[in-house]
Design a protein around this ligand. Structure first.
Ligand code: PMP
Length: 410
């Protein structure tokens, strides 16, 4: 018997195939605006100096590679919870909030998905349309009913009214996933006034928010980016938050993150944490230690923390200046107004508003790679080649549109 005969091939991750196509492209002026990692002026994804120093210190001081506990490194979870919720957060001081260390933000989302599926049976989850594609598969694969609320429409504008109207129709008790800042893939974030309105609907419909916080420090600053998370944590007794250290600490491959839970009281938090530890045991047993130890070392040391904050500020400011630079370079082509949203969006990503046909032309004619949806990783822009990029965009925008056959990238 051939046991594997029924196994069929699933298409690869479109962003990974884009990376492969980019690598194989021999054009000297090629530009990678596809994959979602920060890049410096040399086009590299750097290891922050604070991380290197913390690693040096760990090399000297680490005495064991024994397992860490199911909830991870207690110093890491304690310091990360404060970074996310704020040092004076009431849920933390009342001992009704806690963090469980996970393999990256993805692990936190997967743990949250299992928790909802098994402990809150019957609850569906609502995702923004569009959202990070992995949200769709994580929750669907965990067996949840996945639905969508409108966020950015075909006109490439944030549509808060449509979002609120949809949230108002969600069945009571369902889970709503919100991006804390730097919305992936669009770059369009809610204003503080919008967040207050979302909170009112969440309260009125008795929804459970799951806030995905993957880019703390990449939007407007470490504290500023946590504004909505802390608003919700102050206003609601119960909340789920997934936090990732991949981007802000540059620890992508170390798989460092956490699932934070705010519960109504300490007893309930202990119940929930017992379930999370059980589920995590079945998913990955115990989380990887290194990235969390690095983050804990940095956050526990004033000098290292100050250095890290500086480096994070630099990354954020670089992306902001690339946004401004691109819009300025589009000005002589009469396109500054059409692409003005690029400088208003936050985080690494921009829904440029370019059509799949235009994205395809950029790739085929100019070796400029972005995701088929028109999502560009702004951090991938080379500041020395603003003109070249702007000119290519102007050419594809001037060309007549053709209907793309289905099956395009993304
Ligand atoms: N949520 C969103 C919105 C993301 O963009 C990402 C990373 N691309 C994650 C979660 C997961 O991050 P990690 O690499 O830490 O798993």
């Amino acid at each position: 018997m051939n046991h594997f005969a029924s196994v069929t091939r699933v298409p690869g991750d479109p962003i990974l195939s884009l990376m492969e196509a980019y690598r194989a492209d021999s054009h000297p002026g090629k530009l990678d605006l596809g994959v979602g990692v920060y890049k410096d002026a040399q086009g590299l994804t750097p290891i922050p100096k604070a991380v290197k120093l913390a690693e040096q210190s760990l090399l000297e001081t680490e005495t064991s590679k024994g397992y860490i506990g199911g909830h991870g490194d207690p110093l890491f979870t304690q310091l990360l919870a404060k970074l996310v919720l704020g040092t004076d957060n009431q849920a933390l001081t009342e001992l009704r909030a806690g963090a469980t260390q996970t393999p990256g933000g993805t692990g936190a989302l997967r743990l949250a998905a299992d928790f909802i599926r098994h402990q809150l049976p019957g609850r569906g989850i609502w995702l923004s349309d569009p959202t990070w594609p992995i949200h769709e598969s994580i929750f669907a694969e965990a067996g949840l009913r996945v639905s969508h609320y409108p966020y950015v429409g075909p006109d490439n504008c944030l549509n808060v009214e449509a979002m609120l109207a949809a949230l108002n129709q969600i069945p009571q008790g369902d889970v709503v996933l919100l991006h804390a800042c730097c919305h992936n893939p669009t770059g369009f974030d809610l204003s503080q006034a919008d967040w207050l309105r979302v909170l009112e609907v969440v309260k009125a419909r008795e929804l459970l928010p799951l806030i995905d916080f993957a880019y703390q420090g990449f939007g407007d600053g470490l504290e500023q980016d946590a504004w909505a998370v802390r608003l919700f944590a102050d206003a609601l007794p119960e909340l789920l938050i997934t936090s990732s250290c991949s981007k802000n600490f540059g620890l992508y491959r170390e798989r460092t993150g956490a699932l934070l839970v705010c519960a109504a009281n300490t007893e309930k938090l202990i119940d929930i944490r017992s379930q999370l530890a059980f589920m995590a045991r079945n998913l990955w047993s115990t989380p990887p230690a290194h990235g969390a130890a690095v983050v804990a070392t940095i956050l526990a040391n004033d000098d290292l923390k100050a250095l890290w904050v500086d480096e994070l500020n630099h990354m954020r400011q670089r992306v902001a200046s690339l946004r401004e630079g691109l819009v300025a370079a589009l000005e002589p082509h009469g396109l500054a107004e059409r692409f003005a949203h690029i400088s208003q969006q936050r985080g690494m990503f921009s829904y440029t508003g370019l059509s799949p046909t235009q994205v395809k032309r950029l790739r085929e004619d100019f070796s400029i790679y972005m995701v088929g949806s028109g999502r560009a990783n702004v951090a991938g822009i080379d500041a020395l080649r603003f003109e070249q990029l702007a000119q290519a965009i102007a050419i594809v925008c001037a060309a007549p549109e053709t209907i793309m056959e289905s099956g395009s990238m993304d």
